[in-house]
Structures are given as C-alpha cells and as structure tokens.
Design a binder for this molecule. Structure first.
Ligand SMILES: [Zn+2]
Length: 292
C-alpha cells in the first residue's frame, strides 16, 4: 500500500481540535496551522489547519529552521523554492567556501569564500544517506551505522569553478564546501514531516503514533524509526515532482516514505510513524480512494 503525492494544488486538512504532537486538546486560538510539507519546500501544498500548539511549534521551529536555512538554504535559492522573504530582499548571489585538500581529500588549508551570481553557482544539494530503520528487520545489528552525508553537485559547472580557484591559489587539490548536514536536526525534521503527513492522511486515531519524543527533542536515538529505503518502484515519477510523500506498511508498522528532488538521484527515506490499530486498514482504504 503506497502512493505518490504528486499534486500541487493547495489542500487544507480540517483542524483535529488538538495538537498533533503533544495531543493536548486546545481551543482554536491556541493552535496554529502546520505546513505538512514545509512552506519553504512546498508552498501551501498541504496545510493542516490549527493542528499544533505554540509550545510544540517553537520546539520544532528550532531544528526545522536550521535544516531549511543552513542545510538547504542555498539549494532553495537556486531552485527558486518559495520563501516568505520578499523577492527584492532575497539574495541574488551565493557565497561558496573552498579549501585545499591532499590526495586523500584531507583538509590542508582554508581558501576563503567566493561569491557567485545565483545562476552561475553549480546546483548543490546536501542530504544524508541512511540504512533502513532498525525496526524493519528482526536481526538488525545495533552496530551504530549512522549513515553518511550525501550530496549532489552539478558538473561541469563545479569543476570549472574549482579549476579557477586552483589556478588562482596555486593549491593542488581544491574542494568546494556545500551546505553542511546536521544529522540529528535533519532526522528530527524527517520524523516531524512523516508524522504530520500520516496524521493528516489517516487521522490522529488512524494509527498508534510513536515519534512524539523524537519530534519534541526529548529523545536522541532515532535509528529505530528514521532510515533509508529503496526508491519507489511504482513506475517513472515525473521530474517536476520535488517532494514525494507516501504511506506504506511493514508488518504492523506504519511508515512514511519521503524523497526530496528525486530527479537528482537523492536518497529516499522511510520513517516508522507508529503501529497499526483497529482503524488503520479502513483509513488507508479511504486515502487510496481520495487519490484515485
Ligand atoms: Zn503540542
């Protein structure tokens, strides 16, 4: 059971009358709207009306903003992702830092930053590659495979720039540093997005949620729940789709698949959001009907 969310029109989910994270029932004026796909990546594609309390929203904002600005900020500018900053106040250039490295890629010295017009800088996306969530397999070792950084850098634009910096500085090997990934913030951001999406589609009582402590920054061990998975085999996904969200299951686990900018060959994620309950099968059937 899975499907792809490949629609651009705004969809608003009615308020559940409670915070979908801490599950406190609150009056409407104490709840705020949630963008299930963060506004910065998906405009208003999926808005969950009055579904987060202000306390939870403040905790989430701390790591979500970090991911959207530090890790994805330059990329978002380059692909012209939506921003609440007015167009005239948005940067028209990007700063890229360079370093000299040895034959093994080990850092030798800082070569400073260069400024590029947005259109001239090579497109670069930084994500994190992960093993499957540990809950997916019985015999998963807890050997602490935390995954590794993953990046896409547009060639040959990047090589041209690197050659220029090498000529200018006399360095033997030049490396370009791109948006650094904070694994912990990024995994929490994936957990939050997956939970909000699952509640939006299945309802707060449509499964037994398990990510609250991770989302509210009270638990640092995330490998059981947040991991990687194989890309969808549903058939070709149109290149213009920037965010894929899908619900699936493994045994009695309910999981959400997430992939950003699949056209760049980016890693797909699987996030276990909870376990099935007596409502899950019917809610998933409803969901599939909605999308058909
Ligand atoms: Zn809350």
């Amino acid at each position: 059971m899975e499907f792809n969310l490949d629609r651009y029109e705004k969809r608003v989910i009615v308020s559940p009358g409670l915070c979908i994270y801490c599950v406190r029932v609150l009056p409407p004026d104490e709840l705020t709207d949630e963008h299930v796909i963060p506004y910065a990546l998906g405009h208003n594609t999926l808005v969950f009306h009055k579904s987060s309390c202000k306390t939870c929203a403040a905790i989430i904002q701390r790591y979500e903003q970090e991911v959207l600005k530090k890790q994805l900020g330059t990329f978002r500018l380059q692909v012209d992702a939506p921003s609440r900053t007015k167009a005239k106040d948005r940067p028209t250039s990007v700063e890229l830092p360079f370093a000299e490295v040895d034959d093994q890629g080990v850092f030798l010295r800082d070569l400073g930053t260069r400024s590029f017009r947005l259109g001239d800088a090579p497109l670069a996306l930084s994500l994190w590659q992960l093993p499957e969530p540990r809950l997916f397999s019985d015999d998963a070792d807890d050997g602490g495979d935390n995954g590794r950084p993953w990046s896409y850098v547009e060639m040959p634009a990047a090589s041209r720039i690197i050659d220029e910096v090498r000529d200018e500085t006399g360095a033997r090997h030049v490396a370009m540093k791109i948006g650094e990934v904070n694994r912990s913030h990024f995994l929490r951001f994936l957990a939050k997005t997956a939970h909000a999406f699952a509640v939006a589609e299945l309802g707060i009582d449509g499964f037994n949620p398990c990510l609250t402590d991770i989302i509210l920054d009270r638990e640092d061990e995330m490998s059981d729940y947040v991991g990687g998975t194989f890309p969808s085999t549903d058939g070709p996904i149109p290149p213009e789709i920037t965010t894929i969200l899908a619900i699936g299951g493994v045994g009695d686990l309910v999981a959400v698949r997430i992939q950003f900018y699949h056209v760049l060959g980016s890693p797909a994620y699987a996030v276990v959001v909870g376990r099935e309950n007596e409502n899950t099968a019917a809610r998933i059937a409803d969901m599939i009907e909605r999308y058909d």
